[in-house]
Design a protein around this ligand. Sequence first.
Ligand code: N01
Length: 510
Amino acid sequence: MTSTLETQSAPPGPVREVGVAIIGSGFAGLCMAIALRRRGETDFVVLERGNDVGGTWRDNTYPGAACDVQSNLYSFSFHRNPHWPRSYSEQPEIQAYLQDTADRFGVRPHCAFGADVTSARWDDAARRWTVTTSAGTFRSRVLVSAAGALADPTYPDIPGLDTFAGTVVHSARWDHDHDLAGERVAVIGTGASAVQVVPAVQPVVESIAVYQRTPAWVVPRTDHPVKPWMQRLYRFVPGLQRGVRAMLYLFREFLVIGMAKNRAFLKPVGTLARAHLHRQVRDPKLRAALTPDYTIGCKRILISNDYFPAVAAPNAELVTAGIAEVREHSIVAGDGVERPTDTIVLATGFHVTDLPIAQKICGRDGRSLADVWSDGMVSNRSATVAGFPNLFLLVGPNVGVGHTSMVYMIESQVSYVDDALKTMDAEGLEVLETTPEAQQAYRDLIAEKSRGTVWLAGGCASWYLDQHGHNTTLWPDFTFRFRRLTKKLDRENYVGIPAGAPSEQPEVAA
Ligand code: N01
């Protein structure tokens, strides 16, 4: 099957030739660009559809948006920030950090803002990617997709939602001009975004109805301000912050033992979550409705001290009967109860297992990544796909983590891609492509590692799994093992074609 995607018409203008085109300027795109800059490379462009760097941290500005990994860990290892004002940062601080990182490492001059990638096609004759964007066309030797997994919001298919006469806002596309004060608000979803937005808006609204499909396990948030003297200490004794970072990293890796190796190690975490709920919610009926029936860790464990109190507040209601339909000025629940509603907040997540960027990238035979992945996302080492020469994926298949910092995984991936690029230069290769055999071996490795883990066997439905129930999003093991696996390019798993050599006679690595 060939791709249904037609080549998009690009705005007129000269085609820009670049060595490397990077899609996206979130943590992953910036990290890749910085790796290139740090070794003196300047022949690259960062294609960014927005008008600033930051990716999901630029876009998610809903009230209460914050990170649930401590900033001492959720930051680049090469750019630790001694000035985080809190242990867990809020969105504005993280966005400011990414802006500062882009400036400090000289990435901004390489950014093409307002460049929304509409298609990227491999031209096998020219051995180049043709990348069409809303800001012009680029031809690059290498394409790095750092478009992210939390980039495109999902809008639920609820009957009547399109006929709603009030305001509908997605948590990832917040409308700051709309004032919720005094309104009757409905929040759909109870994931990581919802547990932040609900307590932030509950105090100002007239009423809030939280439509819960599946309850989440929630543990306390041990957030605290970082005192100025501590910030100074971090600044002048960088080893101290490195030490704190290492401790946080190790502590979080312990969770993998329970999630992937021995479920007994999750018991204390489950006990903590139950105690937290017990302490914060007195009403036994509400408490029962908020208690998950799946093993903790199967879905992302949420952290919050104010979500349960907000749901238990006098102006709040937890609705567990589902949604039958949305009417012009109300929502009708599955049990027939109709609630007048002024604004609907969709905290319904993102396209993760069906990445929209995959529909836009077409490989050697014209098929899109989405076509090739119709049976589930596959890759070699979460970075490359057979049939897609000179394409590298960041934050693609099986690299997600729910228990620790995604930035750690991104740095691992960037070092792998950077080694691939250096190998191409050192060997004079024009084309580098992974083999189908390596891809299958990696798929088998992921399946083997995933077997019996809480993500597959924990009794929940999560977006970690695709429609076939396969884990195509998470790295199902300790993250240091991923780092080891991707430390260097596995050259034996790639076919390389030197510049000038015909495609028919690729040089296969020894
Ligand atoms: O999205 P989600 P999110 N009718 O997909 C419900 C990251 N993040 O934006 O569980 C009714 O987790 C759905 O219900 P169910 C983090 O990686 C990080 O909250 O499928 N409900 C669920 O409750 C996170 O994992 C931070 O039954 C519907 C919710 O919507 C990821 O973003 C902060 C529905 C979606 O939850 C996504 O989190 C915030 C429907 N039709 C987010 N469709 C950090 O701090 C969906 N739902 C780093």
